[in-house]
Design a protein around this ligand. Sequence first.
Ligand code: HEM
Length: 111
Amino acid sequence: MGAHTLGSAKAENSGYKGAWSTSEGVFDNDYYKQMLTRGWGPDLAVNGVKDRNQWKTIDNGPEDGLMLNSDLALAYDNNSVHQKCMAENNNNNRKCKKLQNKGEPINALTS
Ligand code: HEM
């Protein structure tokens, strides 16, 4: 998946749109840097196609960032039970560790 740092998605090919890294064409770790340092929000029905749901950058950095569910799943999941436990325990993961693998895969459509 790190190879996504090289390229982009085009509506006319896959229906998804945007670039995973800001250094397209260069084989580096920018895909992971973007994933972990940017703010991501759902980008639903890309170009009006209802089953093309992806993630876009929603911070104040460069626009047009892209992640798919399968990209963000490398770093994040949907785990409200774990989040709640962490909030209640001052972010002490020792108390919440058993809940860590109880989440759902991240999904732009339901997040
Ligand atoms: C669950 C796994 C994966 C999914 C869902 C996925 C999905 C996609 C999609 C939708 C595109 C955009 C195609 C387009 O619109 O032209 C793409 C592009 C690309 N993928 Fe993946 N991919 C996956 C895994 C991988 C892996 C394992 C590699 C390499 C080891 C890879 C390398 C690339 C590259 C280099 C591009 C850019 C192509 C271009 O710019 O023309 N992908 N991928």
